[in-house]
Design a protein around this ligand. Structure first.
Ligand code: ADP
Length: 583
């Protein structure tokens, strides 16, 4: 019997030591592994003295020294165990709470004090040592049962917090890990308490199994750490910790992963969603007819079949358990060897921003409407006045009234732009398309504009005999915008060229100036609302930064393209195309 116990203790101590060495280099930056290694170390503090105790005859002093080391082990094992459980469940901050200090740290230090200085925990008298069939055993004192109870409470507390976490987590792998840990803690605790705690307290000596069992479970856990990367930062941990909703589906559209934020946003906290299809759980819709989320309901199919990303801020999401909410959403393909094997949907609720934006749009809409009505009559009266002044030949006042009318014209354009933006935002921007000659429209626009421009000559190059289907007023608006920008942003130039070219599928209009140009970084942004590049020019040139945004919207609704090629200080070429088959 003694040989068996010796062998078990020897195996346990050396096994634990090997584990400590193996794990030590992985502990950096991992509180979970660090606490686990400390736990193993303390088990050794406890088991090696036991090993020595059964093998050697000691003198009193050496016995006390060895017993002190052993006390460090068994007194701090529950502390390390609970710290490990807290680290594993991500609640290490609890270790700083008053309750924890009073319930865990303080008793451990008190027990250590008694173990070192009194016979209340274990006898420190070597002559009292009991010879058993497996070796030497130390008689226990009156405080020993209390320490065992405390040990039990802490162990069950540790098991309890891991169990709580396993109940909450939706991550299947983590659930399995937690169950493994609970078993790993419970087995040595239950059997060890009986053989090393309760029975010795009743002065019944049985074969003590605590140390061998602890070592076996520590070995299983270490194997799991190595084999399954247990406790390491797994992809699943990372996805769970992302602050946005994440849903991953496979090619059969079944949900394979959903993080807690997604569950919260969709009201799916307690629903079983794995193995259900995406459509069973939620609906994706695009917001307005001109939405950037243009694929709407078919977004998932689009990404699955094309392998392309979709990113949009104007999706509507709805689950069976939560009302429709507005969401910003990125739908990306998951690729393996070039094949789409699934889709990741990352989203966040942007209802608040949308509400703010809506009230801003409402304000713009109301303000521009209210301004337009009085302005229209002011313009009408002032034109009457101009006619009257011309009739009277009053040269001095003619100049004044002419300037007034010019400024009123600019104001009208700005207000029209604001009105158009609110129409676009509210999905009220409609087109009335008919067959027209684009060349004739360009000629008319240039003629109208040249009338009011004496700084530049507008030159048309090329032409097209084709008739295209478009909204004549809107395309006129685009031409006016591009040409007036070309004039406005090339103050030192003499010409602006308007090219009309035919390509295979579309007619392309190019408005070319040799003005200030646009920096590369601004070229994408100038088509956004209210964006104006070059702060210096902003001051001297009137504008809201809305013209190109409206043009882009008009061209997009004609299924055409609008783009720019530009070099700073050299000039800009603005292109737009209208397809032959525009319906
Ligand atoms: P606005 O002219 O009212 O500022 P736009 O939307 O028409 O608004 O243009 C946005 C910005 O793009 C302008 O502020 C200007 O910085 C830049 N831009 C537009 N057209 C030209 C051009 N032809 N040359 C240089 N910059 C231009």
């Amino acid at each position: 019997m003694q040989e068996l116990y010796f062998l078990l203790l020897l195996l346990a101590s050396s096994g634990n030591s090997i584990l400590i060495v193996i794990l030590l280099k992985r502990t950096v930056n991992s509180p979970i592994l660090s606490t686990f290694v400390v736990l193993l170390l303390l088990i050794n503090f406890w088991s090696i003295p036991q090993l020595l105790l059964i093998t050697y005859e000691f003198n009193e002093n050496l016995f006390i020294a060895i017993d002190k080391i052993s006390a460090i082990g068994y007194v701090f094992i529950p502390v390390a165990m609970s710290l490990f459980a807290l680290a594993y469940t991500g609640s290490l901050t609890t270790a700083k709470s008053l309750a924890y200090i009073l319930g865990v740290y303080t008793p451990s230090i008190i027990f250590l004090y008694f173990a070192w200085n009194t016979n209340l925990i274990e006898s420190r008298n070597y002559s009292e040592i009991i010879k058993t069939t497996w070796g030497n055993a130390v008689p226990t004192g009156s405080l020993f049962p209390i320490m065992v109870i405390w040990f039990e409470l802490i162990s069950f507390y540790s098991i309890f917090i891991i169990w709580q976490m396993s109940k909450k987590t939706f991550d299947g792998l983590r659930k399995k890990q937690s169950i493994l840990l609970i078993i790993a803690i419970a087995i040595p605790i239950i059997f060890g308490t009986i053989t090393n705690g309760i029975l010795p307290a009743l002065h019944i000596s049985v074969f003590p199994v605590a140390i061998p069992l602890t070592t076996i479970t520590a070995m299983i856990t270490t194997y799991a750490i190595y084999k399954y990367g247990l406790f390491e930062l797994s992809t699943l941990n990372v996805i769970s910790s992302i602050g946005n909703g994440v849903v991953i589906i496979n090619t059969q559209r079944k949900i394979v992963l959903i993080n807690d934020v997604a569950r919260d946003l969709l009201g799916l906290r307690n629903e079983k969603v794995y193995e259900k299809t995406f459509e069973d759980v939620l609906t994706l819709k695009s917001a307005t007819y001109n939405s950037t989320a243009k694929h709407g309901k078919n977004s998932i199919s689009y990404v699955l079949t094309t392998g392309k990303h979709i990113k949009a801020h104007d999706f509507f999401m709805k689950s069976k358990f939560r009302k429709t909410f507005s969401a910003e959403c990125t739908i990306s393909p998951m690729l393996q060897n070039g094949n789409v094997i699934g889709v990741t949907i990352i989203f966040r609720d942007n209802s608040h921003e949308k509400a703010v934006e809506k009230s801003k749009n409402e304000f713009i809409s109301i303000a521009s409407h209210e301004l337009k009505t009085p302005l229209t009559s002011v313009i009408a009266f002032s034109q009457l006045l101009e006619k009257d002044i011309i009739k009277k030949g009053d040269q001095q006042n003619l100049y004044i009234i002419h300037s007034i009318n010019e400024q009123l014209g600019k104001m009208k354009v700005l207000i029209e732009d604001l009105l158009n933006v609110s129409r676009i935002e509210n999905g009220m921007f409609t087109l009335s398309k008919k067959e027209h000659s684009l060349e004739s429209l360009v000629q008319k626009t240039v003629k109208d504009m040249q009338y009011g421009i004496d700084t530049h000559k507008l030159v048309i190059v090329g032409g097209t005999k084709r008739k295209l289907n478009f909204d004549i007023d809107r395309i006129y608006q685009v031409l006016v915008n591009l040409i007036s920008n070309a004039v406005k942003y090339s103050p030192h130039a003499k010409h602006v060229y308007i090219f009309i070219e035919e390509s295979e599928k579309e007619v392309i209009i190019r408005v070319k100036d040799s003005g200030i140009g646009i920096a590369k970084k601004d070229q994408e942004k100038i088509f956004e609302r209210f964006y104006r590049s070059n702060k210096f020019h902003q001051k001297s040139m009137v504008g809201f930064g809305l013209g190109l945004y409206i043009c882009a919207e008009i061209i997009r609704n004609h299924k055409g393209r609008l783009w720019v090629e530009s070099k700073q200080n050299k000039g800009s070429d603005f292109f737009f195309s209208l397809p032959y088959s525009g319906d």
